[in-house]
Design a binder for this molecule. Structure first.
Ligand code: ADP
Ligand code: MG
Ligand code: MG
Length: 888
């Protein structure tokens, strides 16, 4: 319930009142109070909006009186009266929530005009201006206030009538339409309103005002506003304020105009004002694109006096807000007015450059700079980009799963991508799939970019894309993918194999044809900025998830301080190894199995040696084999089909049938809860003995060559301390044997993953056996919720839409559930091992709000895919400073 003042004059507000006055209202008040030329007005608070909805869409009692009092103040200041035909005050009625939602809600300009006033005004002012303002007003108020009840009074319908008029007159530009034609247009508009609604267009200015105010409140819940809030994670309950402001007129002649500007370049960050404007126009014309605006640099030539005022205002605003501002302004008869300012949205490279420049200019501190940049924006600093001024045609949109830009010909299978792309014929290809599975990896790696119809931000395609820095648009439900083409559902447009398409992964855009792509430059600013982040991050570590020397080197370049998760099974999948792995699995006795294992040992030792070398003495957490063994075997369904096909023609293949028998034997109903993780180490101890040997022999080789290696051997999926005890005893025996054989000392340790809820709950027992914990939050989330991550797409989307969950728990840690298990585990572990090393290696380790959570609960480090390392470094610095960008 609103208990305080519901209507605030601009001069009574300030920028700290964003919750109450909305961003636009708070900033209008602030600008007025620092002496900038803001037309006077008042703000009706966001609480009135909440009240309006709480009381079944009624304006609260007494509000009208408060509005009238505020209005009287504005009238007095300007010497004009609302509704007075001889000297009318005209108003704009503008939405404005706490968080900017550009263009999502409604605005009405020129409010207060009616037939009588228009008649009187046209005697004393330029009639063209008067009727231009009236036609805009009739259109806007009808659209905003009545189009949700009646079908044909949207802006679009009125624009259509205006368009027909221009065609009749044989002109193309609005400005070529003379006063009497605009007057006739106003009459047609009013007639149209009567025809469509059965009611006259309201002539009473107070009735108009109330209609506009309630329409703005209603626009809080229009479809596009709701969708926007969902996307930006803005709370639906906060409501919008309404700003009622005296009009200033940019459409009053050739010495009038309106425009939009950024105080610095929002794409590059360059310290040059960037903007566009139109002479003899009102605000809508610039954004709606009815006329092509001019670059702001023209204004300097056209009207140096006004330009100087504009420039000075930009300087005052930056100094005051200490950030790049996005502003809206209007010029009336050579006088400059500012109508809006807010922190300007910017690209990653621009965000970094502006922050660094502003520190150097003495405008902000390094802490401010670090707190201000959204960590997620940093990926944009690392990938190829579409140059800032490029024009392109977006044909569909999906999720921005892997950032960066890519151009290539569309191909529809991984084999084709591998054949034509990187490592094959060397052409540029974009892999287009309905969805992707692990077998698509080779195709993805050969492609410039990946486009999928299904799958979310944590889908396989997205994970791989982020891990490898592949520009990817996932979950693009606007297309339908066939075997050699895809269709844009809305338009029926078909894109066939071999046609060029482009992706803008950072924005989720699918583009027809080729776009120019340039390598992102690792600018000096970026390096300097990250060094500041590291200063504030202090001892809190950032490691990477990497399985190859190449990835390791990349991650170190991006600032990784070690490996937090080295998955060994990826090493088993590669070409020549898979048959050996299969022989090991198929072995019917220990001796045969050992032969295969000895072969694998050779491979793995080299793998680890390469990784330890790349790490240069940094620590490496190696996870022992984790996935169910059938993942290494031929596909069961496919085998069944092949065997059946042979039988059908009276043939048979004994080898295939034997294989099928084994695969049948290994088949599990719930493989993710089956024979995997440490359970494998218990059933097949030789596998992990081999792995331990490979790790320590690889490490010894590095040490012998004068290097350093710090292996941390990690046992996955432990739920009971006895599992860990069993495995550890065997592994330590192996480790001791290797050390004795090699005769060098390697600084190794044993620890475990905490990814089974029981493991977290009994962490005090487990910590006795483990010198470190790494939270495997992918599995922990899966098992805590009982959600299968790979199948969760179908219910998580509706869950989030219905607000059953605030977001996808596989993206951002579920702090109250999964996070509580983590806290319990930490607390319990500390009772028996106060110095236990704690980290996280789930995908969450590179997600800013999860990084903050990990910092706050006392982990020692996070680990994430290489391209997310800078994000985690910045998120950790923000956590250490206790301030970041997201306060939604
Ligand atoms: P949005 O939030 O969609 O940008 P605004 O409330 O900023 O909506 O209004 C849109 C445009 O209307 C502004 O850019 C400005 O040009 C114009 N406008 C708003 N208020 C006034 C005013 N008092 N005088 C003149 N033009 C205005
Ligand atoms: Mg605006
Ligand atoms: Mg796991």
């Amino acid at each position: 319930m609103a208990t305080q003042k519901r209507v605030w004059l601009f001069r009574d507000g300030n920028r700290s009142l964003r919750d109450l006055l909305g961003g636009k209202g708070a900033n209008l008040a602030e600008m007025m109070n620092i002496g900038l030329p803001v037309p006077p007005g008042f703000t009706i608070t966001t609480e009135v909006c909440t009240d309006y909805y709480a009381s079944g869409r009624q304006l609260p009692e007494g509000l009208t009186d408060e509005i009238k009092t505020a209005l009287a103040d504005v009238e007095k200041e300007l010497g004009k009266t609302f509704g007075d035909p001889n000297n009318p005050l005209l108003l704009s009625v503008r939405s404005g929530a706490k968080f900017s939602m550009p263009g999502m809600m409604d605005t009405v300009l020129n409010l207060g005009l009616n037939d009588e006033i228009v008649n009187a005004l046209s005697q004393v002012a330029d009639p063209r201006f008067v009727y231009d303002s009236y036609r805009r007003f009739i259109m806007m108020l009808s659209d905003v206030a009545y189009s949700d009840q009646y079908d044909h009074i949207t802006k679009h319908d009125f624009e259509h009538m205006f368009y027909d008029l221009k065609r009749e007159l044989g002109v193309t530009e609005d400005l070529e339409v003379p006063a009497d034609s605009l007057k006739a247009l106003c009459d047609s508009y009013k007639a149209h309103v009567i025809k469509q609604t059965g009611k006259e267009f309201p002539q009473n200015p107070f009735e108009q005002l109330e209609a506009a105010i309630t329409a703005v409140f209603r626009s809080w819940n229009n479809e596009r506003a709701i969708i926007y809030r969902r996307k930006e994670k803005i709370d639906d309950a906060i409501g919008t304020a309404v700003n009622v402001q005296a009009m200033v007129f940019g459409n009053r002649g050739d010495d009038c105009g309106t425009g939009v500007a950024f105080t610095r370049n929002a794409s590059t960050g360059e310290n040059v004002i960037f903007g566009e404007y139109l002479m003899n126009a009102q605000g809508e014309d610039v954004v709606a694109g009815v006329r092509t605006p001019m670059p702001i640099s023209e204004l300097a030539k056209q009207d140096p006096v006004i330009y100087k005022q504009f420039e000075e205002t930009c300087a005052v605003l930056e100094k005051h807000y200490k950030d790049m501002q996005d502003i809206e302004f209007t010029i009336e008869h050579g006088k400059f007015f500012i109508l809006q300012c807010r922190s300007g949205k910017r690209t990653g490279p621009a965000a970094v450059r502006i922050a660094v420049d502003q520190v150097k200019e003495g405008l902000i501190t390094k802490e401010d700079a670090i707190a201000r940049v959204d960590p997620n924006l940093l990926t944009q600093c690392l990938l190829p980009v579409i140059p800032a001024n490029a024009k392109y045609n977006v044909i569909a949109r999906g999720l921005p799963a892997g950032p960066g830009a890519a151009t290539g010909v569309a191909v529809f299978s991984s084999d084709k991508a591998a054949e034509l792309g990187k490592g094959g014929a060397g052409e540029r290809v974009i892999l287009v799939r309905a969805d992707t599975n692990p077998d698509d990896l080779k195709g993805m790696l050969a492609a410039q970019g990946v486009l999928t119809e299904r799958g979310g931000m944590t889908s396989h395609a997205a994970l791989v894309a982020r891990g490898f820095g592949i520009p990817t648009v996932a979950g693009c439900s606007e297309i339908s993918v066939g075997s050699d083409h895809f269709v844009i559902k809305a338009t029926g447009q078909v894109v066939k194999e071999g046609e060029y398409i482009s992706l803008n992964g950072g924005l989720g855009e699918v583009i027809s044809g080729q776009v120019p792509v340039e390598e992102a430059k690792m600018t000096g600013d970026f390096g300097e900025f990250m060094a500041w982040a590291d200063e504030f991050r202090g001892k809190f570590g950032v490691r990477t998830n990497a399985d190859t020397p190449k990835d390791t080197e990349l991650a170190i370049k991006l600032g990784a301080e070690g490996i937090g998760l080295c998955r060994t099974e990826h090493m088993f999948f590669e070409g020549e190894r898979r048959p050996v792995v299969q022989r090991m699995i198929l072995a019917t006795n220990d001796a045969d199995r050992q032969v295969a294992l000895d072969e694998l040992l050779e491979f793995q030792r080299e793998d680890f040696k390469g990784i330890f070398e790349a790490l240069g003495g940094r620590p490496c957490t190696v996870r022992l084999i984790d996935p169910p063994l059938h993942e290494f075997m031929p596909n069961r369904e496919k085998l069944i089909e092949e065997v059946a096909a042979l039988h059908a023609v009276g043939k048979s293949d004994p080898e295939k049938e034997a294989m099928l028998k084994v695969v049948e034997g290994m088949h599990e109903i719930n493989p993710m809860m089956g024979l995997r993780g440490c359970r494998l180490s218990i059933v097949f101890p030789q596998i992990v003995e081999m792995q331990t040997r490979a790790i320590l022999e690889g490490a010894s080789a590095v040490v012998k060559a004068g290097g350093q290696a710090v292996p941390e051997i990690m046992i996955p999926l432990v739920g009971h301390v006895n599992e860990l005890k069993f495995v550890r005893e065997r592994l330590e025996a192996t480790a001791a044997a290797v050390v004795a054989e090699q005769g060098v000392s390697v600084d190794y340790s044993f620890g475990t993953m905490i990814e089974v809820p029981r493991g977290a709950l009994t962490a005090d027992e487990i910590a006795v056996e483990a010198s470190f914990f790494s939270f495997g939050t992918n599995d922990l989330t899966q098992m805590t919720f009982g959600f299968s991550r790979d199948d969760s797409d179908r219910f998580l989307k509706p869950y989030v839409a219905e607000k059953i969950l605030p977001g996808d728990p596989f993206e951002s840690i579920d702090q109250s559930g999964v996070g509580q298990l983590m806290k319990i585990a930490i607390e319990k572990a500390h009772t028996v091992r106060p110095d236990i090393k704690l980290g996280i290696c789930g995908e969450h380790g590179g997600e800013p709000s999860s990084v903050k959570f990990c910092y706050d609960i006392g982990l020692n480090y996070v680990s994430c895919s290489p391209y997310r390392v800078p994000i985690a470094r910045l998120a950790a610095a923000q956590a250490a400073l206790g301030k970041g960008v997201s306060d939604k």
